[in-house]
Design a protein around this ligand. Structure first.
Ligand SMILES: Nc1nc2c(ncn2[C@@H]2O[C@H](COP(=O)(O)OP(=O)(O)O)[C@@H](O)[C@H]2O)c(=O)[nH]1
Ligand SMILES: [Mg+2]
Length: 377
């Protein structure tokens, strides 16, 4: 630490900088009768300890019971105020734009995410008649939902079904295999399973294979996969069944890598259950994105109480829907996905289950806040 005296501040600082270097810090300055006195230093160590002291004081202060009680009260007041504002905002929409509010309510009740509902409602050409506006929304929805024109597997190639456990991958694979065999020769189809983890997985697929007269190869490593695929080179279509591990499972990545990092042009279809919640679907897609998804198969449409979540996610993630399944029967319960029939089902399912959102729930969804698991975005 050093003192510098100069006729003015600028000269004092220049002098401090000349003597102590560019890292010099001014600690204090004092006006004197005939100039300025500056105290400067380098590597000044006091600042961190001052910060430490402040931090300690703050910690003590925060644990003070009186302060804690005040914090809780402020937080409760804030929540109350927010609740009221959210309620006012929704009430305002209902008063000013009743048709818009009714349409939004319908879309939320069907399980559509906030962003899709807003997209569907923006710049409607008719907002005076509920039914006309609703028809326009359904047409818009149909144009947003992307599907595949042809029967995906009939083009041949290598197609793997991936997705979480229990969504219906093996059953769907059996349905697809049967669909293929009905229209083509059984000896042009190959079946490979990479599901080495679940007890009974082999038997399940072997049984379907036997019924169809198609052999099933089970592989447990990338090398075995390469070997088996090369043995099936004369097949027109090779379908891969995969283990449905949890989307957080490390084995999943390994198994996806066998296919995506192999030299074979394997296309993947992500199998998603229509009964899953929006957030689960979102997380699943994130986990399987690396497998370069060609599209989605939606299963268990027969068990779903809403189709909004799955349709929203497919639109948001720009994933075409290839097939839908609506039952356990092999091979009957599988269809080519079609936008208009999916939307008809979504409306019908909503009518059947008549899930109804309370005004409070709607107000929260409208505000983009979660009241409970009903919000999707
Ligand atoms: N209701 C219904 N059940 C299905 C459908 N698809 C598959 N399942 C059933 O879901 C369960 C799990 O199917 P599975 O194919 O083993 O799933 P994986 O673990 O993904 O291979 C089985 O009981 C299937 O019969 C469907 O579209 N609707
Ligand atoms: Mg399976």
């Amino acid at each position: 630490m050093q003192r510098f005296f100069a006729p003015d501040m600028r000269t004092a600082m220049r002098e401090a900088s000349r003597m102590l270097g560019p890292d010099a810090v001014i600690l204090s300055s004092e006006e004197k009768a005939d100039g300025v006195e500056v105290v400067a230093a380098i590597d000044y160590q006091e600042a961190p300890s001052v910060n430490k002291k402040h931090k300690k004081d703050k910690e003590q202060w925060l644990t003070d019971p009186v302060i804690q009680e005040m914090r809780q009260e402020i937080s409760a007041m804030r929540n109350l105020l927010e609740d009221q504002l959210i309620g006012f905002a929704w009430q305002g929409v209902k008063d000013k734009k009743p048709i818009y509010a009714s349409l939004l309510k319908r879309l939320y009740e069907m399980g559509f995410s906030r962003s899709i509902a807003e997209q569907l409602l923006s710049n409607l050409s008719n907002t005076h008649d509920l039914d006309t506006a609703w028809q326009e929304i359904l047409l818009r929805l149909e144009s947003l939902v992307s599907t595949h024109e042809d029967d995906f597997i009939q083009a041949g190639g290598m197609v793997a079904l991936v997705g979480p456990t229990g969504v219906g991958k093996t059953t769907t694979l059996a349905k697809l295999a049967a669909r293929y065999v009905i229209r083509n020769q059984a000896d042009k189809l190959g079946l490979i399973s990479t599901d080495a983890y679940r007890i009974g997985a082999h038997e399940q697929l072997n049984t379907y294979g036997k019924i169809l007269g198609v052999g099933v190869q089970h592989v447990e490593s990338q090398a075995q996969l390469d070997e088996q695929v090369s043995l099936l080179k004369d097949k027109n279509l090779v379908l891969f069944d995969t283990a449905g591990l949890s989307q957080r499972d490390v084995h999943l990545k390994e198994q996806i890598a066998w296919m995506t990092e192999s030299n074979w042009p394997i296309q993947t279809l992500l199998v998603l259950s229509a009964t899953s919640h929006y957030q689960v679907l979102k997380e699943t897609i994130k986990a399987f994105r690396s497998s370069k998804l060609a599209g989605v198969v939606i299963t268990k449409v027969d068990e779903a109480t809403q189709l909004g979540p799955i349709l929203s996610i497919c639109v948001e993630e720009q994933l075409p829907i290839i097939y839908t399944t609506d039952g356990q029967r092999v091979p009957e319960d599988i269809k080519l996905a079609r936008g208009n029939s999916l939307i008809r089902s979504a409306v019908e399912i909503n009518r059947q289950y008549a899930s109804s959102c309370s005004d409070e729930e709607l107000a929260y969804v409208y505000a983009g806040r979660k009241i409970n698991a009903t919000e999707s975005s």
